[in-house]
Design a protein. Structure first.
Length: 320
């Protein structure tokens, strides 16, 4: 039968018509040439000659945007990394939900390279995907909201991955090597060393230090862009009696100042020095923020917070 179909395409067509007429073709079992090639259950055609079987070897991950705009920070993004050609694509969940079959991607499918950090210019590979990893893209290359395009580099933080798919891809990939993530491990060691040095100080006055340092950064940030120089950060640590050995500070600066501009984002510096909440806890913070920002403006005024705040079960209130 296979030889006959290959030698006579018309015979194949007649066979399909016969099967359809007699109910032999069930739902979703149309002949392959009549089916639309789909990409992870959307009707977007692939631009390459990759087969669906090859595209099925993909890693699904969830991510969020690193942004000062609350609305953008709360966007839920779903990404796919394809091991066959090392390409990736990202969708926004509200456009990609169960009942949507024509979603437009947030990041078009393609092969992308790191835009910042020690691996700048290198294409993404499997070892770049883990919880807490940053993926960077040129904002101008994509059809993004204007609020996001204000920053030339879009940074996505991976918040969860499909562990089963990751294990399968690792096992089936002969090229997967741990040395790709060696730089990430080394950077993490620097952060942990500095955080360990400051652990005692923070245990005694941690919240006051962090909030006070934030106010100090905003005060000396004359350009109001959230970036400060190496000298500014050194002075701030001195003012708040946070002693970091000179060598450790230089190592930290080499990691954070990946663009060699002698300017580092205040948020990145604070997270590196003090550490940050894990992605599981941050998910709850984002949910709480979405409740507060019910108008989806991207920021929450204090008056709206007071409307949602209720202290009637606080021990001091209950005690009169």
């Amino acid at each position: 039968l296979v030889r006959a179909v290959l030698s006579d395409p018309e015979q194949s067509t007649r066979a399909d018509v016969y099967k359809e007429t007699h109910g032999l073709l069930g739902l979703g079992a149309a002949p392959m040439r009549f089916r639309k090639r789909t990409l992870h259950e959307t009707k977007i055609r692939t631009k390459s000659g990759l087969t669906e079987n090859m595209l099925s070897n993909k890693l699904r991950f969830d991510s969020r945007i690193i942004s000062r705009n609350g609305r953008d920070a709360c966007r839920e993004l779903i990404g796919f990394f394809f091991a066959c050609d090392r390409s990736l694509t990202v969708y926004e969940f509200c456009h990609f939900g169960k009942n949507r079959k024509n979603a437009l991607p947030f990041i078009q499918k393609g092969v992308y390279k790191h835009q910042r950090g020690q691996k700048k210019g290198k294409a993404y590979n499997l070892s770049d995907f883990y919880i807490g990893a940053n993926l960077t893209f040129q904002s101008a290359d994509h059809n993004l909201p204007e609020s996001i395009k204000q920053n030339p580099v879009l940074t996505l933080r991976v918040i969860s991955i499909d562990e089963a798919a990751m294990d399968f891809l690792k096992a089936s990939s002969m090229e997967f090597k741990q040395e790709c993530s060696k730089q990430v491990v080394d950077d993490s060691k620097v952060f942990k060393k500095i955080q360990g040095t400051l652990r005692d100080t923070l245990s005694k006055r941690g919240v006051r230090v962090i909030t006070g340092l934030g106010k100090y950064f905003r005060h000396i940030d004359k350009n109001r862009n959230g970036f400060l120089s190496q000298a500014d950060f050194k002075e701030a640590l001195k003012v708040f009696h946070l002693e970091i050995p000179e060598g450790d500070f230089e190592s930290l600066w080499l990691i954070l100042d990946d663009s060699k501009s002698d300017k580092v984002d205040c948020g990145e510096f604070t997270r590196a020095v003090f550490g940050e909440m894990n992605e599981y806890r941050k998910a709850f913070v984002r949910k709480a923020y979405m409740k507060l920002d019910f108008n989806k403006t991207g920021s929450v005024p204090m008056v709206d917070i007071t409307k949602c705040y209720c202290a009637k079960k606080h021990p001091l209130v209950l005690a009169g």
